[in-house]
Design a protein around this ligand. Structure first.
Ligand code: FES
Length: 146
């Protein structure tokens, strides 16, 4: 499949957009400072905080799993059996999650949960963090995926 060029100039902090690449949904999230702060708090709760244990681009092997701290780019397909995780961006009970929920994604199929960096929580069925597709910044607001 051809690479896909994406304009993120209209993506506000806290928003997510979905584009298609190779028939897969790719999520682009403009993370707020608050969303980024949750990642530090969750390092002990997630299975592979810096994606050390898996095949990922080098720029995904850190806490934010991204080239730029605020912008997350990830394939929106659960790494367990391929369902589509849903957005659970609000905290705790507001999302019908436990009080300790800091926001992220929930896979409806078998309950895997992921944080705002697509990192899977410990003891969930998904074996790895969400895939970060190869991508580069053409400008500050244009990303080439693939
Ligand atoms: Fe997502 Fe099973 S497919 S938890």
């Amino acid at each position: 499949g051809a690479p896909v060029e994406v304009d993120i100039s209209k993506l506000e902090p806290g928003q997510m957009m979905t584009v298609e690449w190779r028939g897969k949904p790719v999520w682009i999230i403009n993370r707020t400072k608050d969303m980024l702060e949750t990642l530090t708090k969750l390092n002990d709760a997630v299975a592979d905080p810096k994606s050390d244990k898996e095949q990922q681009p080098a720029y995904a092997k850190n806490q934010t799993r991204s080239v730029k701290p605020e912008i997350m780019v990830a394939v929106g397909i659960c790494t367990h059996l391929g369902c589509s995780p849903s957005q659970k961006f609000k905290k705790g009970a507001e999302e019908g999650m436990g009080a300790e929920w800091l926001g992220g994604f929930l896979c409806p199929c078998h309950g895997s949960t992921f944080d705002f960096a697509g990192r899977v929580y410990k003891s969930k069925p998904a074996p790895t963090n969400l895939e970060v597709p190869p991508h580069v910044y053409l400008t500050d607001t244009r990303i080439l995926i693939g």
